[in-house]
Design a protein around this ligand. Sequence first.
Ligand code: G3P
Ligand code: CA
Length: 258
Amino acid sequence: MSQNLANWPYPRWVAHRGAGKLAPENTMSAFRLGAAHGYRMFECDAKLSQDGVLFLLHDATLNRTTNAQGTGGDLSMGEIAQLDAGSWHSRAYAGEQLPTLEALARWCLANHLCLNVEIKPTPGQELETGRACGALMQRIWPKSIVQPLFTSFKPESLKGAMETAPHIPRGLLVDKFADGTGDADLKIATDLDCHALVLNHALWDAALVAKVHGAGLRCSSYTVNDEWAAQRLIDLGTDGIITDRVDLFSPAQTGAVL
Ligand code: G3P
Ligand code: CA
């Protein structure tokens, strides 16, 4: 077993964007709700503000999930902190803020929770966003406890994180295979010394799981919201499941290693 395969201290179940669609994504209310459902690891989307602060936002623009329009990375963190990132979801969450990545990380540390940071750069900022994520975690996350997991669809972002925080595990996200087989993506992941390949769940089959495990990487999936799909991935022997359905899947009742 390779060093990377052995070094996988994460729970199987990961709450997507905090609590899926039950609360406004990437807000502290969402992470708190996911934790209330028993989740011990959280996925989030991180990008840089105009003044170099990492904050949480999935889309490149603010249009869908805030009361503002335009590219999120064009605003300073002071401006981002003024936005309403909850009203789009429901009245109960009106006034919810977009947190900094540091705020979420410190909350995870205080509550002994695991964190999966998806490095989601504003287009054109792939390398610098990865470097900033690595530098932040290098500064605030104690080496003595379970490290965050960095993931990205962008190899350049993983490369940046590797430059500034080589000790923090990485996973390559893939929605569609570059070559139809997964071999090219597996090569990218191994070249980046990744611990995991994190795929659109439909891409996994038994042969691919064997190949990826054989290459010394873990097999993880997004975004798994149906029981049949989760059971298929567990039966295949995969290692991680990212879900919106924190209300449907209970980590404590589904054999997750917590
Ligand atoms: O990190 C897994 C998943 O979140 C990737 O897709 O579009 O939901 O960020 P997306
Ligand atoms: Ca994501």
